[in-house]
Design a protein around this ligand. Sequence first.
Ligand SMILES: [Zn+2]
Ligand SMILES: [Zn+2]
Length: 425
Amino acid sequence: MPSILITNGRVIDPSQNLDRVTNLLIEDGRIAAYDAKANGQETVINATNRIVSPGLIDMHVHLREPGFEDDETIATGTAAALAGGYTSVACMPNTDPPIDSQGTVEFVRGQAARADNCNVFVVACVSKNREGKELAEIGQLVESGAVAFSDDGAPIYNAELMRRAFEYCLMFDKPVMNHVEIRELSEGGVMHEGLTSLILGLSGIPPAAEDVMASRDIALAEATGGRYHLMHVSTGGSIDAVRRAKLRGVRVTTEVCPHHFTLTDESLRSFDSNYKMKPPLRAAGHRKGCIDGLIDGTIEVIVTDHAPHAKEKKMQELDRAPFGIVGLETALGLVVTKLIEPGHLDWPTTLAKMTCNPARILHIPKGTLQIGADADVTIIDPEVRWTVDPAEFKSKSANTPFAGWELTGRAEVVIVGGRIKFDRR
Ligand SMILES: [Zn+2]
Ligand SMILES: [Zn+2]
């Protein structure tokens, strides 16, 4: 494996509080040295006016394989991840069959190894067959490599099951990630319940559908000492519940998706199903709540909830179309354009939410450029202007509401384990 010297880049590594222009040397797949000089043997990447970051991590993606290969495969989803600047993703278990057995975990890891794009970490089911009845074999799943547990796609509905999930996962120091949604409140809803849903005559999903279960989960985490990760937070109420829980010392973390700090329910006036996702796009006050939560650190992770759906499924009437949008190839541009450019977050804080923070939650040895670490590196052009064209996506699906948007900032070179896996230059 040839050595790589990244020269003259602004190296930002929040895991070491590092932010300076330097040369970074990669040898044998690992971070070898700072301030290194060229010796003529290595591949040189000129990173002048570029940001050199630990490889980005997305701890919430749907790769759809096994079972839904019309929407995405592990090969296409990880290719999309690379194009978006990600060197690691954690995939959700709502596949068919669901990832609730050692065999399925091994299948996913095998497919990821064959695809040889980015690293894939597996989030396994909390309950057998994702039915919400019986706990999956947590210990065996940990043994086969599961890094966290979730029934995402659906909430962990039964409070007693949730409690036992916390207790079991605690034995292995794994987080329980929950998609919070009180079904009795969200039933039949296609968008956020509020003035816009009233005007459009569309059935709504009230913020309480999220807030109620978030509060329940926090109470159970507090009672058990379990590690709770609230997925795709979207309401001011649940963000505030997390904020207060953290002050009490509850082990809670949370994540937000770009669409929730970028868009509001007003977009549904188009009746375009690419604005339909769960949780739904909320009213402007909630969007502000997401941004405030990112600023004050209540929300420590940015994820995509990349949810590919084939065209024939997504391009239906609003009430029939499935929930979810793709996100891997637009996230970084949205983060730069909507969080960094307006001055809400600086680069180090932003990159922490996409590198070392998710690594810490999942306990994976990633998200750092310390000497000796795996050489997963993302070189970002922070100023390039580009237009989102779904026809160029590496993802198998193109269900995005951001087509035609002009964004700032994009991954230019992506290095995984010391090998250049993506190069836009
Ligand atoms: Zn979800
Ligand atoms: Zn999801």
